[in-house]
Design a protein around this ligand. Sequence first.
Ligand code: OAD
Length: 287
Amino acid sequence: LGNVPQAIKSVADLLSSNKCKNIVVLTGAGVSCNARIPDFRTPGTGLYDNLQKYNLPFPEAVFDLGFYRNNPDPFVQLASELWPGLRHSPTITHSFIALLAKKGMLLRNYTQNIDMLDVLAGVPEDKVIECHGHFRTSSCTNCSSAFDGEECKRIIVEEKRAPACKQCGGFVKPDIVFFGESLPLKYHRLVKQDTKMADLLLVMGTSLMVGPVNMIPEMVRSNCPRILLNRELVGTFLRRNGPRTRRKSYDTNAHRDIFHSGDCDDSIRTLCALLGWETELDELNAS
Ligand code: OAD
C-alpha cells in the first residue's frame, strides 16, 4: 500500500471500530467530477466560470428564482445541454456510499447534486436526500401547480423554451431548488433527527458555501467525528466552532475532525484497500 496518509488510516480505524452504524454522508458536485460533470466553483473548470455566453448579472443568477421569472432563457439553454440522462456513470465515491449502505452503516446520504448518480450506484432511495431537488418532476414558478415532468423535459430540451403553466401561464421549471426556494420537505423532516443520531459525518466534494446544507456539519453532536475528503479545506473543519470559550478543548473542531486533501476517488480507494473492501467496491462500481 506504500505510504498511506495518517488521515486515511484514522478514517479506516473509525470504520473498522464497529462504532459507526449511523453514518451521515454529505456530498456535493466534487464527487461527480470524475463522471465528467463539472462542479460549480473550481476556478476555470467550474460552471460559474463558464457562463459568459448567457450575459448574466452574476453567475448564480442562472439558478435564481426571481431572475428566472423575468428571464428563463439562460437556465433553459443550460438545462437543455445538461439535463441529466444516461450519459454519466457513478464514480468510485458513489459506489462507496452504496457499499456503506450494503454494510448497514449508512444512516443517510445528503446530496446537493441533481445527477442521481448516488441512486444509480445502488444507494437505496430512502437513504438519499436530494437536498437541491431533482429533474424528475416540475412545477410552476408562479402558482406552484405541478406540470408533467416528461413534457417539461421535451419542451426545454427540444424546443429550448420555458414551458408555460396550464393553470396560470407562469414559467414552469424542473423541481431543482433555486436560490430563493426552500428545500424539499423530506430534508426538513429528517435533518434534525439524522444529525442527532449520526455517529460519524463524512463530507465529500463540496465547498460548503451554500446553506442551509452547509450547516449540517454544525448540527452533529459535539463528540461526533467529522471527516472531510475534499480537494480543499472548507467550512469549519479543523477550525473554531463558535465564540471563544474558557474551555479550550471546545474552542476548535480539531479534536474530532479528520481532513484529507485530494481527489475523493483516490482517497476512497486507499481507504477501501486498508479496510479490505476493494473487491466489493469494484464489484459495486462495475455493476
Ligand atoms: P462547489 O463547486 O461549490 O464545490 C465543489 C468542491 O468539491 C470544491 O471544494 C472542490 O475543491 C471539490 N472537488 C472538486 N473535484 C473534486 C474531487 N475529484 N475530489 C474531491 N474534491 C473535489 O459545489 P457544491 O459544494 O456542490 O446549488 O455546490 C453547492 C451548491 O452550489 C450546488 O448544489 C448548487 C450550487 O449553486 C444550487 O444551484 C441551488
